[in-house]
Ligand binder design. Structure first.
Ligand code: AHR
Length: 509
């Protein structure tokens, strides 16, 4: 090996505990938007559809991701949604103009159908209430319909609709992106804070077991961030358990080094929201810690031009259909790493979204369901990122990008699973031209051996997958060794890596 090879080191130790990873950071999101529901999870008449019209092939891919929680039904959609339109006999359900995305909502899928589907795929649902055009009354009625056992108007209506047992939905979002001028029924921070508090108060009276998410800013770039958080939390702190964060990144100017450094912004966003929560905690002399629900995150920009050309008012048009390339998968990997390193405060995160709409899973009408590039880091993190998040002590060469300075080439997180006795090293090499020689000190994990080193790499940063050609897919890396308490590996340039160590299934060591 040439002496000028880029080198990085990492120390892993069981005592460097950040927190237990809340598995809900591997959540996702299905909105009534584009082909997410109609033509995505639900396509009656498709050869793989079940009796209720839900596609089995899509369900299998969702199950392969092992998604613990799915946010529903929006998103911007929820801010003008009448949930009552989506329950009861199908033939009585109205078709509505859907104003957020300018489509037609047929209401063939509503609360009960979605809850059934979520149960099938093994996910909890995180339900959002409409605080745009509606308020306390609609929210409390929906909660009563979903969670109350019976003998009241709304709970008996659910039973009349064929759902005897309550859904027992635990996590509820108090509206969506209420700071955004695009939101139907946008609010000022004070208006939202008051409404969210009163709504949450009523909801808790019905079901004290629920958890509530107060709306944070729509992104770190909002002009009202972080004042929005400070003002709204001043109202909602006592009733809410989480504050939401949303963030999407793009590479519009085709500067990949800068694009891969975007998690520096995400890191800053998380730290600022955390500090704002703690400021309100101090101001209120509260004993309660507010947690973060990063309930929308992803890369989103590829589809913007196509969307602007779509005609309005159809059912399930191809909106927000980003075709993800290899570099997008690297950033998604880094975003997951960022959540792991903030496992002490980020307890929920939802990849937005799950099917067809800015999604890891795509479908063809009447045809195949297939995996985008971003499917893989998400799948790996969900599979191997459960346990205790440990702080990696990293020494890495750095670079300066257009918007960020001192960006470490090595972006990494560690997860130790006590039960399975496994340690997983997640690592992105952000260097676009050179491999990174990585030495990991794992002496604290005596007797551990290398299970495997999975790598996602493609020579072309712009390579994409299609229904018939999966160009970007993981493979086993060769040459990684674990010896005398050290892992030695060469991380390919521009690569996502999952290095798994354990006491069992040993090989290579
Ligand atoms: O996920 C797509 C949209 O992005 C959501 O509807 C909205 O909440 C956000 O602006």
């Amino acid at each position: 090996m040439a002496s000028d090879t880029l080198k990085a080191t990492l120390v892993a130790d069981k005592s460097f505990v950040i927190a237990e990873v809340d598995k809900r950071i591997y959540g996702s999101f299905i909105e009534h938007l584009g082909r997410a529901v109609y033509g995505g999870i639900y396509e009656p008449g498709h050869p793989e559809a079940n009796a209720a019209g839900f596609r089995g092939d899509v369900q299998a891919l969702v199950q392969a991701l092992n998604v613990p929680i799915i946010r529903y039904p929006g998103g911007n959609f929820v801010s003008a949604y009448n949930w009552e339109d989506g329950v009861g006999p199908l033939e009585l359900r109205p078709k509505r103009l859907e104003l957020a995305w300018r489509t037609v909502e047929p209401n063939e899928v509503g609360t009960n159908e979605f809850m059934d589907w979520a149960k099938e795929v093994g996910s909890e649902v995180m339900m959002a209430v409409n605080l745009g055009t509606r308020g306390v009354d609609a929210a409390r009625n929906l909660l009563e319909y979903c969670n109350h056992p019976g003998v009241t108007y709304w709970s008996d209506l659910r039973r009349k609709h064929g759902v005897e047992q309550p859904h027992r939905i635990k996590t509820w979002c108090l509206g969506n992106e209420m700071d955004g001028p695009w939101q139907i029924g946008q609010k000022t921070a004070v208006e939202y804070g008051r409404l969210a508090y009163e709504t949450g108060k009523a909801m808790r009276l019905i079901d004290p077991e629920i958890e509530l998410v107060s709306c944070g800013s729509s992104s770190s770039a909002m002009p009202t961030f972080p004042e929005w958080e400070a003002v709204t939390l001043d109202h909602t702190y006592d009733v809410a358990d989480y504050v939401s964060l949303h963030q999407y990144y793009g590479n519009r100017d085709n500067d990949s080094a800068n694009f891969l450094a975007r998690t520096m912004d995400m890191e800053h966003f998380i730290k600022t929201v955390t500090s704002t929560c703690d400021y309100i905690k101090a101001k209120k002399r509260s004993k309660k810690t507010m947690y973060l629900s990063f309930d929308e995150w992803n890369v989103w920009y590829h589809s913007n031009d196509a969307d602007s050309r779509l005609e309005p008012w159809s059912v399930g048009p191809p909106q927000l259909e980003d075709h993800y390339n290899f570099e997008d998968a690297l950033l998604v990997g880094s975003m997951l790493i960022t959540f792991l390193r903030h496992a002490d405060r980020v307890k929920i995160a939802c990849l937005a979204q799950l099917v067809n709409v800015i999604a890891p899973i795509m479908t063809e009408a009447g045809g195949a369901a297939w995996k985008q590039t971003i499917f893989y880091p998400y799948q790996h993190a969900s599979a191997y990122g459960r346990g205790i998040s440990l702080q990696p002590i990293v020494n890495s060469p750095k670079y300066d990008a257009q918007d960020y300075t001192d960006v470490p080439y090595l972006d990494s997180a560690l997860v130790y699973n006590e039960e399975s006795e496994e340690l997983t090293i997640f690592a992105v090499n952000r260097h676009l031209e050179e491999g990174l020689q990585l030495t990991c000190d794992v002496r604290g994990f005596e007797g551990y051996r290398l299970i495997e080193h999975i790598v996602l790499h493609h020579e072309d940063l712009k390579a994409i997958n299609t229904a018939r050609d999966e160009q970007v897919k993981p493979r086993q890396a060769s040459g990684t060794v674990c010896k005398d308490g050290f892992v030695e590996t060469l991380l390919s340039k521009a690569s996502w890596n999952v290095i798994r160590l354990g006491r069992t299934n040993s090989s290579n060591c």
